[in-house]
Design a protein around this ligand. Structure first.
Ligand code: KG4
Ligand code: ZN
Length: 334
């Protein structure tokens, strides 16, 4: 079969990214233009600024992606683009760019779900084999699913309120750390001890998660301490939060290992960049003799290479999108 080169576009939040991915697994080029420093000034992503900045850089990102790969648009097999979930204004910039390229160069267009992209980032490391458990931990989602094959998802559970990444970001904010919060909470926790007694995000016997109680408990604790002029041991609080938040993920994956007997785990989404999470999942997989896949740091957070990887099975099945493809802020896997 002829090699397939997918040009992928990702602009769902505050990264403008494009990549060329060969046969769904080999990254030929990847460019990520992050707006992080701008949004950090406001303590979080400002949607209007995000979409304007995507517009400003997207053609430059395209030029650089092609240049790095030493390829022309004529060499590309298909154009893939994230169409959900994400910030609508940001998604539209990428979608319009992808549609325009598909139209001008007469290439198939492939709409990709961002969360599925995070899962397929693992294919850039090692070929995913099925059945597997996929744990999605991002800024907007916390889900545990079974995959029996490419694009075959069976949801076990999800968060009933806040996503784990969102909890990291809110805890960071109340501790006075800069956006994005996750990596900064992780850094602070390195010098802390587990000494705060926090409520566990336990949803008992289900596979669902709940992080808003844990988040609120920390916000209240910090506010109360301020009112009483008491000092917060920030490092300890960060460490205590991280242990409670991540141990609940471990508990749910362990339950799934026991109940499904599946021996493979892939972790996906921004929070998979967390070292403590990685270490705990490594221990758990060792205990159950399961194979663990976590993408390298570059592919954990938002990037277009994962979109190119996720588009490949759709390309093979000729599941193309038409020009009505539109942005949606909604979207789980199913
Ligand atoms: O997947 P992602 O880049 O964007 C979404 O699709 O949401 O995930 C972003 C989330 C943010 O909440 C960020 O704080 C969190 O991932 N994150 C981390 C770490 N790096 C990013 N959380 C904990 N530890 C990290 N090292
Ligand atoms: Zn993401």
């Amino acid at each position: 079969m002829k090699d397939v080169y997918i040009l992928a576009v990702e602009s769902s939040c505050d990264e403008t990214s494009m990549a060329i991915v060969k046969n769904g697994r080999e990254v030929i080029s990847l460019v990520i233009n992050t707006q992080m420093d701008t949004h950090a000034l406001y303590g979080g992503v400002v949607p209007e600024i995000a979409s304007r900045m995507h517009t400003e850089v997207i053609t430059l990102v395209l030029d650089e992606t092609l240049k790095k790969a030493n390829m022309k648009m004529e060499d590309i097999s298909a154009i893939a683009v994230t169409y959900k979930p994400g910030l609508t204004g940001s998604l539209i910039v990428g979608i319009e760019c992808a549609k325009t390229l598909a139209l001008i160069y007469n290439k198939p267009l492939i709409g990709v779900n961002h969360l599925i992209g995070h899962i397929y980032a693992n294919n850039l490391e090692d070929k995913m084999e099925f059945p597997l458990l996929a744990l999605i931990v991002s800024g907007g989602h916390t889900e545990l699913v079974i995959m029996n094959n490419d694009y075959e998802f069976k949801k076990l559970g999800e968060t009933l309120d806040d996503a784990i990444g969102e909890a990291y970001d809110k805890v960071a904010r109340v501790l006075g750390l800069k956006y994005p919060g996750g990596p900064n909470v992780e850094k602070l926790a390195l010098n802390g001890n587990y000494s705060y007694n926090l409520p566990k995000p336990v949803m008992d016997n289900t596979y669902n998660f709940s992080y808003s109680g844990l988040k609120s408990a920390i916000i209240n604790l910090v506010h109360n301490a301020k009112q009483r002029n008491e000092e917060i041991r920030k490092e300890d609080l960060a460490k205590s939060f991280q242990i409670v938040a991540i141990d609940e993920l471990v508990r749910k994956v362990e339950k799934a290992f026991k109940e499904t007997n599946i021996k493979r785990l892939v972790v996906a989404g921004g929070v998979s960049a967390n070292k403590y999470l990685k270490e705990e999942m490594q221990k758990l997989c060792h205990k159950y003799q399961a194979k663990l896949l976590i993408p390298r740091l570059l592919y954990c957070t938002d990037n277009a290479a994962m979109i190119g990887a996720a588009a490949y099975p759709l390309y093979l099945k000729k599941e193309f999108s038409d020009f009505k493809l539109n942005a949606s802020s909604e979207g789980s896997l199913l």
